[in-house]
Each structure stands twice: as C-alpha cells, then as structure tokens.
Design a protein around this ligand. Structure first.
Ligand code: ZN
Length: 229
C-alpha cells in the first residue's frame, strides 16, 4: 500500500500537490495545521477540498502554540501584511519555525501511519522570501526526521522548482484548473478564489495565472520539461 501524508493548507499549491498525488498514491492522509492564522477560513476550505477530492483522511492539528511563540503579520491581527521586506530581508508574513514544526509533525504522523512519503507544496522559485521553503532546508529536515526516528520517509516537493505559472499548468494538466482557480484560498485576507487582489499572495497568484493563460503552450512545454528532468 502506497501511502502519503500531505501537508495541506487548502491553497493553490497544496491543492495542486493533492491533485497530482491522487495519480500515484493509494492512500492520501492530509493534515492541516491550525495555528490561529490570520486567514482562518483556510481550515474550513481545506476541509471542503479534502472532501471534494475524496482523500483517505483529513486531520486538523492544533498547533496554537506556534501562534503564541512566533510573531508575524500572519499570527498577529495588529500587524498589517507589508509588501516590502523587513530590515532582516524577510517579509513580515514569515512565521519563524513554521515549516520546521509542520514537517516534524508530518514526520511523526507518517511514521505512525507507516507512510513512505510526506508531500509539501513548498517552492523555492517565485520565492516569497521564506528560508523554510528552500530545497536545502527540506533536505536537511528529511535527514533529521529519518535520523531521529530511524525511518525511511521521503519528503516530496513537487513544486520546488516550478514558478506560479507552471503550478497553474500542473493543475490544468490534470484537468483541474477551474477547480483550483475557484475552490482554493491563498489570500492573506481569507477570500476564496481570486481573493482580495491586493495582498502579496493574491499578487503572486494572479500574476502567475495571467502569465499562464496568455502563454499556455510554452508554459506547458516548460512544465513537461521540468517534470521529466
Ligand atoms: Zn489577498
């Protein structure tokens, strides 16, 4: 039995990973982390998507401790999301330790389920400036998880080298472009689909979609090239 644990936020990226994983895995166990995030609606939306796409199981894990410890515009309502970077070179939406915690918990869950794979939609290209989305970080976490549990779990990052336009092309490849456009939530202000149109997440999403729709053939070719590399 080919089992995967999928870190699932209900956004464009993790939903596209889920659509792709359905082609390969017999069982997909999604986990959504509740850390009191600004975009609270994402938990409800993740539940709807998990149901619509018939995943094996969907677990919402309470990690509110992260909200208490990590200060960010995503965890504090009184800190507005800024477009420009902070003096440390990071966006103020960066939640320190988030993916360290999430992958650790996903690792424990995968171990208990006897799942061979953890899937996460992190991406180094079209980089939002988060150090815990880099390939190097994921590789290191993967080593730490296996070393700490004497396991052979593989962390899969299907979007690592794709830009946003190519991620849209990937959803389209599986015939799910409209589903991802309309049913997912990426917006920091918690608005489903095309979102508020103003926050950095909406900008990135919209820019990638416009790029894809204006140049489908070339972007599909670039995607296929990357998938076969
Ligand atoms: Zn938005």
């Amino acid at each position: 039995m080919n089992k995967a644990v999928l870190v699932f936020s209900g956004g464009q990226d993790s939903t596209t990973c889920l659509i792709r994983a359905k082609e390969t895995f017999d069982e997909i166990h999604c986990i959504t982390f509740d850390y009191g995030q600004r975009h609270r609606q994402e938990i409800e939306i993740a539940q709807q998507i998990a149901k619509a796409l018939h995943v094996t199981s969907h677990k919402v894990m309470d990690v509110s401790l992260l909200n208490e410890l990590a200060i960010s515009s995503l965890t504090r309502d009184n800190i507005p999301v800024k477009h420009e970077l902070d003096s440390n070179g990071l966006p103020n939406s960066f939640v320190p330790g988030r993916n360290i915690l999430f992958l650790t918990l996903a690792g424990i869950y995968a171990y208990q389920l006897n799942a061979s794979t953890i899937i996460t939609g992190v991406c180094e290209t079209d980089f939002s400036g988060y150090p815990d989305c880099r390939n190097e970080f994921v590789k290191e976490m993967n080593r730490a998880i296996n070393s700490g549990m004497d396991s052979f779990i593989h962390i899969e990052t299907p979007l690592m080298w794709l830009n946003k336009a190519e991620t849209w092309a990937l959803a389209d490849k599986y015939g799910q472009l409209d589903f991802v456009v309309n049913q997912t939530l990426t917006c920091y202000n918690g608005i489903i689909g095309s979102g508020c149109g103003d926050c950095p997440a909406c900008h990135l999403r919209e820019k990638g979609l416009t790029e894809y729709l204006n140049n489908k053939g070339a972007i599909q070719a670039a995607l296929n090239q990357k998938l076969t590399d």
